[in-house]
Design a protein around this ligand. Structure first.
Ligand SMILES: [Mg+2]
Length: 276
């Protein structure tokens, strides 16, 4: 006699009566914490794979390529295929490609950034140059050069459009905060009197481009994050089901100080894996 199939006792997550089909999740503070996997994260990722859910892991960090990030996650014990990673650099390259195609703008860009950004722009068909670029694109790097910043300032003053991958003023390190893209953007803004257009979270553009990538629709897509002021607000503005986890920045008692609420608050992704 055949063994009876085990029916898992799971109550799926619903949005307006429809089951969530696609998942977007933040990385730091949700899946990993200081390079350590959050307990339950590996099982949640495996669950998405087993149930053929479409998902993307999102990060505002524009330093790394998806392949680099997949390797870093693997060393933390998390298996995420590079196709399932969406960075602010990829979102920026997609946005600029759309601008070129829809407005007939040129495809020349001067960049300050690392492989995550330059690879994304190359793959989107951009020519990277300091000669008459259409765009100056600022991303994250650990080696800001006075010369490169000077070039960026002069090109912006000469008419190049100023774009930044993400607004974060600082990034984490084991020794303390590091100046990040938003801080260097402020320096360039001070020198040029021009504000950048910023693509990463909390701009909902980051989520819209991610959803286009996996053919997701807002009514059946959820966003998991650890920050009220970026993940939850941008998820809400993009029309998604929002899930706040308490393994990162936001503490439970801080939620009340915001004028909006996530749809769900969970201690960690370990609570979510039982719902999918
Ligand atoms: Mg986070």
């Amino acid at each position: 006699m055949a063994k009876a199939t085990e029916v898992p006792n799971r109550e799926p997550v619903y949005r307006n009566g429809r089951e969530i089909e696609c998942w977007l999740t933040d990385m730091d503070g949700v899946l990993v914490h200081e390079n350590q996997a959050v307990p339950g994260a590996a099982e949640l990722l495996q669950r998405w794979v087993d149930t053929s859910k479409r998902f993307l892991v999102l990060t505002n960090n524009s330093i790394f390529t998806p392949r680099d990030l997949a390797a870093r996650l693997r060393s933390s014990g998390l298996e995420v295929p590079e196709e399932n990673i969406w960075t602010s650099a990829l979102a920026t390259a997609q946005f600029l490609k759309d601008q070129v195609e829809s407005s007939g703008s040129g495809n020349r860009a001067y960049t300050i950034g690392e492989a995550g950004l330059t690879t994304a722009l190359h793959e989107a068909g951009f020519i990277l140059t300091d000669q008459n670029p259409d765009f100056v694109v600022l991303g994250e790097t650990r080696t800001y050069s006075f010369e490169a910043i000077t070039t960026a300032i002069r090109l912006i003053l000469a008419g190049a459009r100023f774009i930044a991958t993400n607004p974060d003023a600082t990034g984490p390190s084991k020794d303390g905060p590091l100046p990040a893209t938003g801080a260097i953007a402020a320096l360039i803004t001070k020198a040029t009197d021009r504000e950048p257009y910023v693509v990463g979270k909390p701009n909902p553009m980051m989520f819209r481009s991610a959803m286009n990538r996996i053919d997701a629709h807002s009514e059946t897509t959820a966003m998991i994050g650890d920050r009220m002021d970026t993940d939850v607000v941008a998820g809400m503005e993009a029309g998604l089901h929002t899930v706040l986890v308490l393994t990162g920045i936001t503490q439970r008692e801080e939620i009340a100080s915001f004028p909006f609420r996530p749809n769900q608050v969970l201690n960690s992704v370990a609570d979510l894996k039982n719902q999918i």
